[in-house]
Design a protein around this ligand. Structure first.
Ligand SMILES: [Cu+2]
Ligand SMILES: [Zn+2]
Length: 199
């Protein structure tokens, strides 16, 4: 009888140990599953954070300059790529102007340079100051084509910071070159292509 009791106790201990083991194993499994869910949520959140907007650039001031401009925001940086054709060979200026309104034939409906910080016109990054729209100059090849690339963490697409938000502004390509010193716009000449940044 005593022997039987001992065996029963032994079984009880063994089974409770197994049960605890199983529970621990189950818990670990749950933890893995939770981590997996968190990882998936994180990945999809990052995917949502990439935003791309694209616009056609239309000829202005009786030019043939057209193309498209794309803005992509990822990880706090906005990248701009403009693909242009119909330019004269050589250097031209490109800026972001104050309004998304390309309705006028000369592109002046976009207003002056986008300048939310009230600083002088200048070369991007200059210590003396520069406009948030002062992208600068680029080169067109002998066929009149150009690819303009620019990236900055000082812009955003549709955020609440009006010192950074490019939505509601306009992209202007000029016939001439930005001298980075003439105020308020670098004496870059006629506005030959325009796109409104409208979300
Ligand atoms: Cu301009
Ligand atoms: Zn400027």
């Amino acid at each position: 009888m005593k022997k039987l009791k001992l065996v029963a106790l032994g079984l009880l201990i063994a089974s409770s140990y197994n049960c605890k083991d199983f529970k621990q194993g189950y818990k670990d499994g749950m933890k893995d599953a939770e981590e997996e869910v968190n990882e998936t949520a994180k990945e999809s959140k990052e995917e949502v954070a990439v935003e791309t907007i694209k616009f056609m650039m239309e000829p202005k001031s009786e030019s043939n300059v057209k193309g498209e401009v794309t803005f992509t925001e990822e990880g706090g940086t906005v990248s701009m790529v403009a693909m242009l054709s119909g330019l004269s060979e050589g250097e031209h200026a490109i800026h972001i102007h104050d309004k998304a309104d390309c309705s006028s034939a000369d592109g002046k409906s976009t207003g002056g340079h986008w300048n939310p910080t009230g600083t002088p016109h200048g070369k991007w990054g200059a210590a003396e100051g520069y406009h948030k729209g002062d992208i600068g100059n680029f080169m067109a090849d002998a066929e009149g084509n150009a690819k303009v690339e620019f990236a900055t963490d000082q812009w955003c697409i549709g955020c609440d910071d009006e010192n950074k938000n490019i939505v509601g502004k306009g992209v202007i390509v000029h016939q001439g070159v930005d001298d980075f010193t003439s105020q308020p716009s670098g004496a870059a000449g006629a506005r030959v292509s325009c796109a409104g940044i409208i979300q």
